[in-house]
Design a protein around this ligand. Structure first.
Ligand SMILES: NC(=O)c1ccc[n+]([C@@H]2O[C@H](COP(=O)([O-])OP(=O)(O)OC[C@H]3O[C@@H](n4cnc5c(N)ncnc54)[C@H](OP(=O)(O)O)[C@@H]3O)[C@@H](O)[C@H]2O)c1
Length: 260
């Protein structure tokens, strides 16, 4: 623990069991007061309890980021409790269609864009006034999908590519107010969900889950897959004053699977 985010109010939208959780816990461990937002109140409460048990401060606000009124309430509750927001991390995710584009319903693509692009923009717009008072920082969670064009990832890639384009434009538009806008693009995340999935793949092909891991990790320079805390730490870096001269940037966190 280094106190990287001491006295910072960090809002995380789209807190789920994997990366969202890790970002909240790591931010609190670095001294932040954390505002947790997603639709499932019970999960927010459980993570907030863990933060408070460790001596930190947390506020939970059940929020659907596709809903204007809910997002307005999130800003109001944040400012009422902590007086401001210094950092906004946008993490929300729902499982994409995973079909070839030719067989993907337009509705699925639209709903992916609604959440990933317009949902994130809605939250950013709502927090811009308070972020501009403190020259705050925004980190949008993207994905390694922007670096490849593998089949079946089309719907996800469309949404995350649009999110990247939006983040870059916002970096320019909000830079005058001193607000930084950066992205983190994780590759695989070695979490419970992926462990379960590798178990399924192993069963299907009659190999062990360890072999699935090794074959997957072999594609990366470091020959391993990043863990949630390792992705979270790169988010905290971009959120912190250590990155005070960095904006419009995308940090790839994939153990070297794809890079320029
Ligand atoms: N997992 C991976 O391998 C991986 C790889 C590369 C990039 N990423 C990116 O990393 C981020 C986190 O992914 P994750 O799998 O670790 O997810 P996570 O943090 O475990 O959960 C994300 C949460 O977003 C919330 N959400 C969905 N729709 C929402 C809405 N309308 N309003 C508010 N919250 C909403 C959901 O919670 P509620 O249902 O409670 O709202 C969900 O649990 C995503 O942006 C994803 O694209 C993940």
């Amino acid at each position: 623990m280094t106190g990287l985010l001491d006295d910072k109010v960090v809002v995380v939208s789209g807190v789920g069991p994997a990366l969202g959780r890790a970002v909240c816990l790591r931010a609190a461990a670095e001294g932040a007061e954390v505002v947790l937002a997603a639709r499932t109140q019970s999960r927010l409460d459980e993570i907030a309890a863990q933060i408070r048990d460790a001596g930190g401060q947390a506020l939970t606000v059940a929020t659907d980021i596709t809903d204007d009124a809910a997002v307005a309430a999130l800003v109001e509750r944040t400012v009422a409790e902590f007086g401001r927001a210094d950092v906004l991390v946008n993490n929300a995710f729902s499982v994409p269609s995973m079909k070839p584009l030719g067989r993907t319903d337009f509705e699925q693509i639209s709903s992916s864009l609604d959440l990933t692009v317009l949902g994130t923009l809605r939250v950013i717009k709502a927090f811009t006034p308070t972020l501009s008072e403190v020259q705050g920082a925004i980190v949008n969670i993207n994905s390694m999908v922007i670096r490849h064009s593998e089949p079946r990832y089309g719907s996800y890639k469309i949404a995350k590519s649009a999110l990247l384009a939006m983040s870059q434009t916002l970096a320019t538009e909000l830079g005058g107010a001193g607000i930084r806008v950066n992205s983190v693009a994780p590759g695989y995340i070695w979490d419970d969900q992926l462990k379960w999935y590798f178990g399924q793949v192993a069963e299907k092909y009659g190999i062990t889950a360890e072999q699935v891991y090794e074959q997957t990790a072999a594609r990366s320079d470091l020959k391993r897959l990043p863990e949630p805390d390792e992705i979270a730490d790169s988010v905290l870096f971009l959120a912190s004053d250590m990155a005070r001269a960095i904006t419009g940037h995308t940090l790839d966190v994939n153990c070297g699977e794809y890079h320029d």
